[in-house]
Design a protein around this ligand. Structure first.
Ligand code: FAQ
Length: 334
């Protein structure tokens, strides 16, 4: 391909972004744009799948049939989110099998938050309130991300995450109306999850290697620090309504800025957790690997079934198969 052609393609790609239109799977895109999307969408998908584990831990011990049914449904929703996101990633040419391999071999990341343990049942409510709350803050702007399949998958995911956030808040509000022991459980849980929830937005902008380019490409719509601020501002009145204290003595309303001032989480702890040294990293990945290995027979059976239903024809492929996708589509339509 000539350099002039490359320049035309790049100009077309940039013009699409400038018009705030979507890039779609068959459109030309720079290789770095594709790689960045695969990295971010895969990390997001893995987070949804690994994120089933901390709450799944409480399904058998939920205190009532109603709470068990709610929790089961929520954890199942997270599996669905993972699947939409893996599908979005597949449109970029990376298969789900490859993505799973990269997760269980530790080559791809997932959100740091899921490397913390769920020590009490109140953690189910706190995860709904704070973790799904942070996820919504981060993900609502992603509905407008520049890559079509990612943005469209985020729309349904955000609707479900909003519902999850409300169920977490409702659970905590119910416990706060209960006994002193229940109120103490909620406070202890919020104390443990507040700082890791702030870390979910990623490192401070000044230390984020990807934000500037991802903003320029319209993959990210807000920076890590902007979203963290939005989350803090949103959480303070909710904490007040619940009657819990956020564990940050520096948290105050700043009239001049029109935002809350707050302390930074421990970024050394964040780096250690992302590097694999969090309290549950090894357990989370080992559990996922085991589930994947135990599911091998299902994948083999599904492949054997598919081969029986749709035997691969020995006959030569139709001539149109070698034509570009647009022409194949026109032939099908005519
Ligand atoms: N954990 O340059 P940046 C959920 C990595 S879903 C681990 O700022 P970027 C639903 C980052 O990958 C939660 N690693 O990176 C749920 C990069 O590493 P690399 C997941 C992190 O991509 C609820 C390096 O640090 N949500 O919760 C983290 O521009 C309840 C430098 O960082 C998403 O994934 C972290 N927290 O911005 C499920 C949303 N932060 O790859 C179950 C989509 C950063 O260069 C129960 N993702 N890193 O080696 C995003 O918006 C972005 O990817 C950010 C990071 C904002 C997370």
């Amino acid at each position: 391909m000539t350099t002039a052609q490359d320049e035309d393609l790049l100009a077309g790609f940039e013009a699409t972004l400038a018009r705030h239109e979507r890039i779609e799977p068959r459109d030309w895109m720079p290789e770095r744009y594709r790689r960045t999307l695969v990295r971010q969408i895969a990390q997001h998908a893995h987070s949804e799948i690994i994120g089933m584990q901390p709450e799944g831990n409480w399904i058998t011990r939920a205190p009532s049939l109603r709470r068990k049914a709610i929790l089961l449904a929520k954890v199942q929703d997270e599996a669905g989110h993972g699947l939409y996101l893996y599908s979005a990633c597949e449109t970029l040419g990376t298969s789900r099998r490859e993505l799973t391999e990269m997760l269980i071999s530790g080559k791809q990341k997932y959100s740091s938050i899921f490397n913390y343990p769920t020590l009490s049942y109140a953690d189910v409510g706190t995860i709904g309130w704070l973790v799904d709350g942070a996820a919504i803050c981060n993900q609502v702007p992603l509905c407008r991300t520049s890559y079509g399949p990612y943005g469209r998958s985020m729309i349904r995911i955000c609707k479900e995450e909003s519902f999850h956030q409300r169920q977490g808040f409702e659970l905590l509000a119910t416990m706060m109306r209960g006994s002193d022991e229940q109120r103490a459980m909620v406070q202890e849980s919020v104390d443990r999850f507040w700082w890791p929830a702030l870390m979910m937005f990623g490192p401070p902008d000044a230390e984020s290697p990807n934000t500037a380019q991802s903003m320029a490409w319209g993959i990210k719509r807000d920076t890590n620090d902007e979203l963290r601020q939005k989350f803090v501002d949103m959480s303070v009145p909710q904490a007040r309504a619940l009657g819990v204290t956020l564990p940050d003595p520096d948290l105050v309303w700043n009239q001049e800025r029109g935002h809350h001032d707050f302390a930074q989480p421990d970024w050394e702890e964040f780096a250690a957790v992302v590097a694999g040294g969090g309290p549950c990293n090894a357990q989370r990945v080992a559990h996922r690997r085991e589930a994947h290995e135990n599911g091998a027979w299902v994948r083999e059976a599904a492949a054997a079934f598919a081969a029986r239903q749709f035997p691969v024809a020995e006959e030569p492929a139709p001539a149109s198969a070698s034509k570009p996708p647009q022409e194949q589509e026109q032939e099908r339509e005519s």
